[in-house]
Ligand binder design. Structure first.
Ligand SMILES: Cc1ncc(COP(=O)(O)O)c(C=O)c1O
Length: 379
């Protein structure tokens, strides 16, 4: 029987509860829970089921493959996907009743061709680039897109179910771009109305704006990070402040403990050298598991009852922690991050240590780390 080296314990009840908390914050707004990127590392299907258990009306994913995987897993409720490349299998998505997104008339042409071939209208959402400068139709090209979509609707090729956009600086609510984008989105909605479209949902708000900017809520909020219990505005509020519960705990066990003298170089490059005779603990996860190498010398970790710091470089499969002479043995538990309620660091602590965002910490936890689900019973 194989022994678990490292595991991400995912609290499904936390995910369900976070969706309910998000809805309360957004004064009862419908929620599209974003479960792309393997549910931000928490598991696509399991996170989706937990979000549905928390009454998420919609699921949002990036790729068609993610949306189709959710359908194969039995999800029958609305799903929006939003990132495609030319030549995608739109027919499979249309057959599976997935809402697809068009950024341009070229996307629309491909979607219409698939709908024509199937003899069935595609559920289509249109994305406006209101200032993020990423995907979506610019203000100049938007009128052409909505008019083409309306013609496609009249031909019976599509049903335009949504109009949406995405914010550049949602986590900085005072940033001037937020108001500019909110206003630009209102103009995009007006143009869609003027073209004769009657979308079921118009949406703009990601996690940070769900908590900070009611003007961005429209017909539903579209949070990802907050679903997993992490604060999208960590400079202003912790998860606990927002009533969110981090869903992932990353834990492992010491692979080895040994005594070393003063002056011992630790890990690649000897960037850490022991000051006195001490005990070193070997932690069997590394950057191939998603532990950021940027956290070398600074990442926080709970070992032998105390918070400690990664000593020296994070390697591909392992790193070392100076236990400063404390008693510990191979097999002792190590918690890299969790809720923080038992003294362990949080994913946000790792993000701060590594100079990144908590999104990256959880979503990069790799395939060698076993996922174990607790706190729910997803079927
Ligand atoms: C289009 C879109 N909407 C919503 C989200 C969710 O954002 P957040 O995780 O900040 O809530 C994302 C994630 O990046 C996204 O790409």
């Amino acid at each position: 029987m194989s022994v678990t080296r490292a595991e991400a314990v995912i609290d499904l009840a936390a995910i369900s509860g976070n969706v309910a908390t998000i809805r309360r914050h957004a004064q009862g707004s419908p929620v599209m829970a974003v479960v792309k990127a393997d549910g931000y590392g928490h598991g696509l299907v399991e996170s989706a089921r937990a979000a549905r258990a928390g009454a998420a009306e919609w699921l949002g994913v990036a790729t068609l493959d993610e949306a189709l995987a959710l359908r194969r897993a039995g999800d029958r409720e609305p799903i929006l996907s939003w990132l495609t490349v030319p030549g995608e299998d739109y027919a499979a998505a249309i057959e599976a009743d997935i809402d697809v997104t068009a950024y341009s008339p070229e996307d629309l042409d491909e979607i219409m061709a698939a709908a024509r071939q199937l003899g069935r209208a595609a559920r289509l959402q249109l994305k406006a680039d209101t200032g993020l400068g990423r995907g979506g139709a610019t203000a100049d090209s938007w009128p052409g897109l909505v008019e083409a979509a309306r013609r496609a609707e009249l031909e019976g090729r599509v049903r335009v179910t949504g109009v949406w956009s995405h914010l550049a600086c949602g986590d900085e609510p005072e940033h001037p771009s937020v108001k500019l984008q909110v206003d630009e989105f209102a103009r995009a909605v007006d143009a869609a109305d003027a073209a004769g479209l009657t979308p079921e949902v118009r949406h703009l708000a990601n996690s940070p704006t769900t908590f900070t900017t009611p003007e961005a809520w429209w017909d539903l909020v579209r949070p990802g990070l907050a679903v997993y219990g992490l604060s999208p505005i960590p400079d202003r509020a912790t998860s606990a402040d927002l009533g969110l519960v981090p869903a992932m705990t990353l834990q492992t066990r010491l692979a080895m403990v040994k005594q070393v003298p003063a002056g011992a170089g630790v890990s690649y490059g000897h960037t850490y050298v022991t000051e006195q005779p001490t005990t070193l603990g070997l932690v069997p996860v590394g950057y191939a598991d998603g532990i950021p190498r940027h956290a070398s010398g600074v990442g926080p970790v709970l070992v032998a009852g105390r918070r400690r710091t990664v000593s020296g470089r994070v390697c591909m499969d392992q790193f070392v922690v100076d236990l400063h002479g404390d008693a510990a043995a191979a097999g002792d538990p190590v918690v890299l991050f969790g809720t923080g309620r038992s003294g362990e660091p949080t994913a946000q602590d790792w993000a701060a240590a590594a100079g990144t965002i908590s999104y990256e910490i959880v979503s990069r936890i790799g395939g060698r780390v076993t996922r174990r689900y607790v706190g729910g019973n997803p079927q």
